[in-house]
Design a protein around this ligand. Structure first.
Ligand SMILES: [Zn+2]
Length: 302
């Protein structure tokens, strides 16, 4: 029997992967980094998130900037020891599509090495800053030694996001693609009236009224078996809004700062909704290991 025919996630089971892109507020692409004061940090949101995960007994996939590894060394080691999946978000949040594939290769290796030295474990996953990745650069992710990527999002309206063509990959199921042992996990969007609606970002949890968001996510969960959330420390930070660079527009200020006080509560409501709908919480590393085991069993005929 061909492995393509039957490999995939176990039938009848649905999974939720909560993910955090570990970066500070001044890494966001809508602020000019050289005009931000990094002495103001909102990384405390990582602790808020960890508190929610611990209270709920959940594991998460983290994508961490290499340049923060030293500063966050203790917490990253604790996360890895507690079973969380610690992956890379590149070195300093430069968007891959602004780099040549060779420059990206260097960025990927530097970040992976730094994180591995910190946690003393292999760093399997990668997510591109701003989902900025194309197929040539995805090959760099694989060549750097990563076992999975989660940079694909089908949301063409965003000017910074790349488009990741999955040609040559086996679609394991919606949102999961595999080529050999390498797996791509897509970030969730809902197709509604011919448009893609984001149902996966912390920003939408903050800015869209919960009854509407619950309806959209509920609709997504009825149609799909993998739900992926991505959130950032600044969204869960209890710290005051830092002094933003002069010239930051009102819309950007609003997009950055609105709804932060609510997002912890929204996240817990989302977790309750996912549980109620029968979704099991896991990490990308565990899902990938399960897929690899399934394929090996089929290949060996066991
Ligand atoms: Zn990011």
């Amino acid at each position: 029997m061909s492995p393509q025919a039957t490999s995939g996630l176990p039938p009848g089971r649905s999974y939720a992967v909560l993910t955090m892109d570990v970066e500070d507020w001044y890494h966001l692409d809508y602020f000019a980094r050289d005009r931000c004061d990094p002495a103001h940090s909102l990384l405390d949101g990582l602790e808020t998130y960890r508190g929610i995960l611990t209270a709920q007994g959940l594991e998460s996939s983290f994508f961490v900037l290499g340049e923060l590894a030293d500063r966050l060394a203790t917490v990253l080691r604790e996360l890895a020891e507690a079973g969380h999946d610690v992956g890379s978000h590149g070195w300093d949040h430069r968007r891959p599509l602004t780099m040549s594939p060779a420059q990206l290769g260097e960025d990927l290796r530097r970040s992976k090495r730094e994180l591995e030295d910190t946690i003393q474990r292999p760093v399997l996953g990668y997510r591109a800053p701003c989902f900025s990745l194309d197929r040539a650069r995805l090959e760099e992710v694989r060549a750097a030694g990563h076992a999975y990527d989660s940079s694909r999002i089908d949301f063409g309206a965003h000017p910074l996001y790349g488009t990741l063509d999955m040609q040559g990959f086996e679609p394991v199921q919606d949102g999961v693609f595999r080529q050999g042992a390498f797996v791509e996990f897509e970030v969730s969007t809902l197709k509604l009236f011919g448009k893609r609606v984001p149902v996966s970002g912390g920003g939408y949890l903050r800015l869209i009224p919960w009854p509407l968001m619950r309806g959209l996510i509920g609709r997504y969960l009825a149609l799909h078996r993998l739900y992926v959330l991505y959130i950032h420390p600044f969204e869960l930070s209890l710290g005051a809004v830092p002094p933003l660079p002069s010239g930051t527009g009102r819309l950007t200020r609003y997009r950055f700062s609105a709804g932060r006080a609510k997002v912890g509560d929204r996240l817990q409501r989302l977790i309750a909704l996912l549980r109620h709908r029968g979704f099991e919480f896991t990490t990308f590393a565990r899902l990938r290991a399960g897929l690899a085991a399934t394929a090996a069993e089929i290949i060996q005929g066991t």
